[in-house]
Each structure stands twice: as structure tokens, then as C-alpha cells.
Design a protein around this ligand. Structure first.
Ligand code: SF4
Length: 369
């Protein structure tokens, strides 16, 4: 099948970054068994630089992979059942699953994965699905074109992104029918387009009459009925720490830079883990910076850590090694972009937006914040 247009990085098609190749893993159903998580930790140590990102779509990325280490890495991940048959299947399997999944949710996610893997629908590269059928929707602000959710009466509904109502749903296969409707209705001319754009231009899909259940706010680190949610500083975890978490139980991925450790009652204090909901490090964003990235004009993460206590309550701080802004490609309350002359400050913008003031020395930054 070659109908999928554009591309997204994956495991089979890594992406180049300042510190080597990034190899992205899509855990099946958004969950890793303890042996899979421990295997990823080993693979990241053996074939990458030992750093693993948790992405905004609840995927993992092994960093620092090289042209020589990529093939053995893929073999190690294949043995853990984490590699798809080919690049197209990997790209189509773009599903995010609520970490608060019940057995019905797990079953729906598995059936949707199987249907998408077998499908020949020429969906755009970034076209994605959300299985958000836990006790209440939590993925409301995470991009997804087709959403399986609970209706206000607890029934399963299928909702096109951008449409306030969903249709009654009886099986995961109906999500593919809706994806087929999207294509037939002209949602992806020239292979590009998103569901919300199509809905904004015209008629909603048939039977979209049911109201979704009220959404819950984004969770914070701490105990939850399924176990313990733990935050990751900068959305990243070292292989040793991932191995330590794997020993505590199965892991559920989240899109909020947190992992859910199933069945855990407590988590030991480990470097880079955030256990408290009011920890200011939850509001830090930063790329690799120097010396890991050759494009960086300064170290970023140590500086962000130093500035965390000075960060006004509720504000998000992004420290970027250059104007590319890989660590947070959106606006933040405060962005510090490193330049050869010092740090530029951008308020309410991205790393490449117009700064005021420019060229600040690191020593002045606490006072400026
Ligand atoms: S923002 Fe610049 S310095 Fe940071 S990782 Fe991207 S390219 Fe490197």
C-alpha cells in the first residue's frame, strides 16, 4: 500500500535530530508490559544515548541512534513486539488511548489497531484516532481526527473532530467507516487535510446527535484509581529510571509528560521524576540544548531547572537552544531563546518570534522572570 501521503517519523523511518536519530515507538494500546519497558530501557542504552522522550501523542522516542545502531535497535524492539510490518502500517496505526482504560477500552483499541493495520485507506500522514472511552473523556485537547468516547448516558459514541456531537457506535470498525466518509467527502484533497477542517467546511457525518460525557480536567501527578501518575522532567526519562519504573508494574503512556504505573501505591524518589502536582518543573519546556545538539547556542535544561523557582505561578517557561524551538513548537508564556549574544525573551510566543529584550546574560534571567 502506498497511498499514505507525507510522512511522520517512526521506528522504521527515524528522524534526524541534533543529537542523532530519533526512533519513535508506538506502544500497542498505549501500554507497555514490564518486560517491554525494561527491554526499551536496555535498547536505549545499547543502541541510543540512553535518553527516552515521551511525546505529546503518548509515544516514546529513543534518542541518539546512529546509522549503525538503527538496525540492531529495530531487531531488539521487534523481539519486544513493538515494530510494525512496514512503514505504512506503522504510520496508519496513529491511535492515542486514554491511560485510564478499562477492559472495554483496551478491547476497542486492539480492534482498531488491527483494522487500521489491515486497512488500505489512503489517510493523510497525521490523521489520527483517539480511544477515550474510560470513565470520562480526558483527551479532549489532544489532536485526533476521529474519537471514540462515552456519550452523556455512558453509551459508546463515535465523534468526528470538530463536530460537537457523536453517532452511536457499536464496534471499532465503525471508526474506519467514518475515516472512509472523510475521504469520500473530499477531506484530503492531494492527500492532505484534517477532519476538523472538513467539518468546518460542510455537513457533519450522519447520526451525529449524541452529546459526549463532560470531560475531566488534565490530570496531575499523584495517585489515581489505576495506580500512580508520575511526571517526567522535560518529558524525558533516562534508561535506568525507566528500568526502575518497569519493575513497579505495567506502564500506561499519557500525552501529558506523565506515565501511569499500574497498581503502584508509591514511587521512589528518582532523578527526573515529578511526584507533586505543584512542582514548577511541570511547567518547564526545553530542547536538548548544548552540548547534545550541535545547533544549540547554550545549555538549556540546567538553566531551566535553575529558573524554575523564579517562574511565576501558573506560567510555562520554554528555554530553547536556538530559534528552531524543537522542545516546544508552540507559544509559551515565557520563551528564552539562546543566541550567540545571550538569551532573547519572548512573551506569549514561540522561540522564533520577535523578542524583547534581546541578548540577556544568564545571570540576569531570574530577575527578568
Ligand atoms: S531547538 Fe535548536 S538547539 Fe534545541 S534541539 Fe532544536 S535545533 Fe537543537
Amino acid at each position: 500500500m502506498s497511498g499514505v501521503r507525507g510522512w511522520c517519523p517512526g521506528a522504521l523511518r527515524p528522524m534526524e535530530s541534533g543529537d542523532g536519530w530519533i526512533t519513535r515507538i508506538r506502544p500497542h494500546g498505549g501500554r507497555l508490559s514490564p518486560s517491554q519497558a525494561a527491554g526499551i530501557a536496555n535498547a536505549a542504552r545499547d543502541h541510543g544515548n540512553g535518553l527516552i522522550d515521551l511525546t505529546g501523542r503518548a509515544n516514546l522516542q529513543i534518542r541518539g541512534v546512529t546509522p549503525d545502531s538503527h538496525a540492531p535497535l529495530i531487531e531488539a524492539l521487534r523481539a519486544l513486539d513493538l515494530i510494525d510490518a512496514d512503514i505504512e502500517a506503522e504510520q496508519r496505526r496513529n491511535i492515542i488511548v486514554t491511560p485510564f482504560a478499562d477492559p472495554e477500552t483496551d478491547g476497542l483499541a486492539a480492534k482498531l489497531e488491527a483494522a487500521l493495520t489491515a486497512s488500505a485507506l489512503p489517510l493523510p500522514a497525521k490523521f489520527g484516532f483517539a480511544v477515550d472511552t474510560g470513565p470520562a473523556p480526558v483527551l479532549w485537547d489532544i489532536p485526533a481526527d476521529i474519537r471514540l468516547e462515552r456519550g452523556a448516558d455512558g453509551r459508546l459514541i463515535l465523534r468526528a473532530d470538530g463536530c460537537p456531537h457523536g453517532a452511536p457506535c457499536h464496534s471499532a470498525a465503525e471508526a474506519l467507516t467514518l475515516a472512509g466518509w472523510f475521504l469520500a467527502a473530499g477531506g484530503a484533497p492531494e492527500g492532505r487535510g484534517r477532519m476538523a477542517g472538513l467539518i468546518a467546511r460542510g455537513t457533519p457525518p450522519a447520526d451525529a446527535i449524541l452529546t459526549p460525557a463532560p470531560a475531566l480536567p488534565t490530570p496531575v501527578p499523584g495517585p489515581v484509581p489505576q495506580g500512580m501518575l508520575v511526571g517526567l522532567e522535560f518529558g524525558q526519562i533516562e534508561a535506568e529510571i525507566l528500568a526502575a519504573l518497569a519493575a513497579l508494574g505495567p506502564l500506561r503512556m499519557t500525552p501529558w509528560r506523565m506515565l501511569l504505573i499500574e497498581g503502584a501505591g508509591r514511587v521512589p524518589a528518582l532523578p527526573g521524576l515529578i511526584a507533586e502536582p505543584d512542582d514548577p518543573r511541570l511547567r518547564l519546556r526545553s530542547c536538548t540544548g548544548a552540548p547534545g545538539c550541535r545547533h544549540a547556542h547554550a545549555p538549556t535544561r540546567a538553566l531551566a531547572r535553575q529558573l524554575a523557582p523564579h517562574l511565576p505561578k501558573g506560567r510555562v517557561l520554554h528555554v530553547s537552544g536556538c530559534a528552531k524551538g524543537c522542545g516546544w513548537p508552540r507559544a509559551a508564556d515565557l520563551t528564552l531563546t539562546a543566541t550567540p549574544e545571550g538569551f532573547d525573551l519572548i512573551r506569549g510566543g514561540c522561540a522564533s518570534d520577535i523578542p524583547q529584550p534581546r541578548g540577556l546574560p544568564p545571570a540576569r534571567l531570574p530577575e527578568v522572570l
